[in-house]
Design a protein. Structure first.
Length: 441
């Protein structure tokens, strides 16, 4: 028999309310024991005085909810205790639960793991729930909610069931050797396989927008020493995150801040000024700056508008770059001619001139990186890997020299999709996926 698990499902610490959740075959019986009465009406908040069953000592006066199986989050019997959120209240109730028969403390993610195992949600929905709890910005919240609702899972299951049907045709022809697939049907089947492969290719061609939204868009600030890079970082961060100084070469290591730009999470990195340096430490800083430039989703290349644009910075400008000519308070604006940049702005970071326009362009560029479309998109490298495997197997199937080989490749493709949603055996993946969950979820 499965254990009944319990845990504090709200955050630890002093608060107005706290929620303790129980799930498993003894959840209902435990509630009866604590409340000293019959089970309340299912799914209705009911007031109850909770007592220690051993000495009838009062624990708290709160609300309880009873979800009989299978109509609950986990598919098992579930009880929620809504308590006063004091540290002592919560620990008194947890202590009493810990000594009840058949009860034990839940492991992180165990409630959701049970929801998956009982078929309440698929793996992509479980991942969506983790993302929803971790979401820090509005766009992340929307993406996570869509995935938790099963949109991504439905897309993958749709492809999988189409492939299962195609596979059945091939398998039938293998089982009945006397009745090989007619050539015209075989051609038709292979066309359909290629069609699904094409849809997968389109789905994969997403510039990692979903993953970028989960992880945050990486922006790197680059430019010559003294151009105003650290000043720009501080402006974006609205605090003194990096040291600003008129001494060239002050910033040596990469300084990072995480912010919310128009609902999207971004990590902005300030770097050492690009120049040939006498000092080893500064040279290492320049090496790190260049490495960052390569990984960045977006680059902000800053020039001191009062001096001729330096070659090392100019060389970094590409289609993922916004160019800033800083210190417009000191000079007339110049622009790079024939540049591939996303945009060029004359600004004064110190005095605020031109900053609003630049911030609008930057926010639009960030949104472009993550895309805020309504269709479900890939949010994890695990999905991408499985989809790529699936697509490759489909292409092999379409080109296979015999039906047997086509069937084998199709089986692989079906299996790859099944591993994303958890429709096939994914025992080996569960620990990795649920590791990211917090306790009580
Ligand atoms: N006049 C003027 N000075 C600026 C402006 N932005 C930055 N500075 C100054 O330029 C110097 C170098 O700035 P800093 O942000 O440390 O540049 P970094 O070396 O590129 O990080 C500092 O003295 C800043 O105060 C600006 O818009 N106008
Ligand atoms: Mg600096």
């Amino acid at each position: 028999m499965t254990d009944t698990i319990f845990s504090l499902s709200s955050a630890v610490g002093r608060a107005g309310l706290a929620v303790i959740r129980l799930s498993g075959p003894s959840a209902g019986a435990t509630l009866e024991r604590l409340s000293g009465g019959p089970l309340p009406r299912p799914r209705h908040a009911t007031r109850a005085i909770l007592r220690d069953p051993i000495d009838a000592d009062i624990l708290d006066d709160g609300l309880v909810l009873w979800f009989p199986a299978p109509h609950s989050y986990t598919g098992e019997e579930v009880v929620e205790l809504h308590l006063h959120g004091g540290v002592a209240v919560v620990s008194a109730v947890l202590d009493v639960l810990a000594v009840q028969p058949d009860l034990r403390l839940a492991e992180p993610g165990e409630f959701t793991r049970r929801a998956f195992l009982s078929g309440k949600i698929d793996l992509t929905a479980a991942e969506g729930l983790i993302d929803l709890i971790d979401a820090e910005t509005d766009a992340q919240r929307r993406q996570a909610l869509r995935q938790a609702d099963g949109a991504l899972g439905r897309l993958y299951e749709g492809w999988r069931s189409r492939l299962v049907t195609l596979l059945a045709h091939f398998e039938a022809s293998i089982d009945f050797v006397d009745e090989p697939i007619p050539d015209s049907l075989e051609l038709e089947l292979r066309k359909k396989i290629l069609f699904v492969s094409g849809e997968l290719t389109q789905h994969l061609f997403d510039k990692r927008r979903g993953e970028r939204l989960r992880e945050g868009v990486h922006i790197t600030i680059l430019g010559a020493p003294n151009a105003g890079k650290s000043s720009l970082l501080n402006l974006l961060a609205r605090r003194d995150a990096a040291i600003v100084s008129s001494n060239a070469g002050t910033t040596r290591d990469v300084v990072e801040v995480r912010l919310d730009l128009g609902g999207c999470p971004v990590t902005v990195a300030d770097t050492a000024g690009l120049r040939d340096s006498a000092s080893d430490v500064e040279a290492e800083g320049v090496r790190r700056a260049r490495a960052r430039a390569e990984q960045a989703d977006l680059k902000l290349v800053v020039f001191d508008g009062a001096v001729t644009p330096d070659a090392p910075s100019r060389d970094l400008v590409d289609a993922d770059t916004i160019v800033l000519f800083n210190k417009s308070d000191l000079c007339d604006s110049v622009l790079l001619k024939g540049s591939a940049a996303l945009g060029q702005y004359a600004v004064s970071v110190k005095y605020g001139a031109g900053i609003d326009e630049f911030l609008r362009a930057l926010t639009a560029a960030v949104r472009g990186c993550v895309g805020a479309g309504d269709s479900p998109i890939i949010t994890r490298s695990r999905h991408r890997e499985a989809l790529t495997n699936c697509r490759d197997a489909l292409d092999r199937a379409a080109a296979a020299s015999a039906s047997e080989f086509a069937a084998e490749d199709l089986r692989q493709a079906v299996r790859s999709l099944g591993r994303i949603t958890g429709a096939v055996d994914v025992e080996d993946l569960l620990d990795v996926i649920f590791r990211d969950f917090c306790i009580g979820k």
